[in-house]
Design a protein around this ligand. Structure first.
Ligand SMILES: Nc1ncnc2c1ncn2[C@@H]1O[C@H](COP(=O)(O)OP(=O)(O)OP(=O)(O)O)[C@@H](O)[C@H]1O
Length: 269
């Protein structure tokens, strides 16, 4: 009997390790002044899968995702310790430029934030900054990115109209296209559907499923059903700690920690 359990546990552990990590987070701590917002975070994020970050308000979800592209450092009172390896490079190494990191690790925010420019210029902006000047090449990048974000058919006849004329859901998919245009490796999404109606939310969720074929995705969500629907792995955060991190179906059907069970069954949060 014991042997069977041990064998099952080994198989489960092997299954859990069975991915190529895009990020390895080791003993990450973060303080806002005296407030210890992230505590000894340690887990690996797989490539070409969707990783959901869930937990109650104030548990550190947004803070965590913003460490992955070092955006959190824009807050002056932030202090950090520990290590984040992105494809075997330590992102806190001063030799690793933040621009290079953010080219590889794109981000989509809670509220769609297009530039006050045309649909075309929103998508062409990043490639232009990266030195692409040729109109034909830019046209191709814009089309490919808009197709990749499942919005091409809706905007192909109005590419030179202002992006503010799009609906909220279209603006969010435009922001995803803008992110794709710089050919990232990872896409961070911080509650990307919380400002959207149910139909637009569904479109973005379907899009995330498509995008994971080519990109590694980390998504913060308040919505547990969304995490269960679209993610492969889920990390449950509480008070700045990772309580449980495992494949999504296990976390929602058979959580190993009582606090996870209480949260997913709605006892708090
Ligand atoms: N810019 C900041 N300055 C000081 N403290 C901050 C700052 N941003 C976040 N915090 C604190 O860090 C902790 C974690 O906040 P964070 O926004 O990461 O949580 P969250 O889980 O994303 O919350 P929510 O679901 O409400 O967005 C909270 O105690 C918050 O007050």
């Amino acid at each position: 009997m014991d042997i069977t359990i041990n064998k099952q546990m080994v198989q489960k552990n092997e299954k859990e390790q069975d991915f190529t990590p895009v990020f390895k987070i080791n003993n990450l701590n973060l303080w806002y002044g005296q407030d210890h917002a992230l505590k000894d975070i340690k887990f690996d994020i797989p490539e070409k899968q969707v990783t959901a970050i869930i937990g109650p308000s104030g548990c550190g979800k947004s803070t965590f995702i913003k460490t992955l592209n070092r955006m959190v450092e824009m807050v002056p009172i932030v202090r950090m310790s520990g290590e984040i390896m992105y494809r075997d490079k330590n992102i806190f190494n001063p030799k690793y430029g933040v621009e290079e990191l953010r080219t590889q690790v794109g981000m989509v925010f809670q509220k769609p934030n297009p530039f006050p420019k045309s649909i075309y210029e929103n998508v062409a902006y990043g490639p232009r900054i990266h030195g692409i000047k040729n109109k034909k090449v830019l046209d191709e990048v814009v089309e490919k990115s808009l197709k990749g974000a499942a919005i091409w058919d809706e905007v192909k006849d109005r590419l030179h109209e202002n992006a503010y004329g799009l609906s909220g859901g279209q603006q969010q998919r435009l922001c995803i296209a803008r992110c794709l245009a710089i050919e990232p490796d990872v896409i961070l999404m911080d509650e990307p559907t919380s400002a959207l109606d149910p139909i637009s939310t569904l479109k973005v969720e379907e899009l995330v499923q498509e995008l994971k074929k080519d990109y590694s995705i980390v998504i913060v969500t308040h919505n547990m059903q969304q995490a269960a629907r679209i993610s492969d792995r889920t990390a449950f955060f509480l008070n700045g700690e990772v309580v449980e991190y495992t494949d999504t179906s296990t976390l929602f059907s058979n959580p190993s920690d009582k606090r996870t069970e209480d949260y997913i069954t709605g006892r708090f949060g």
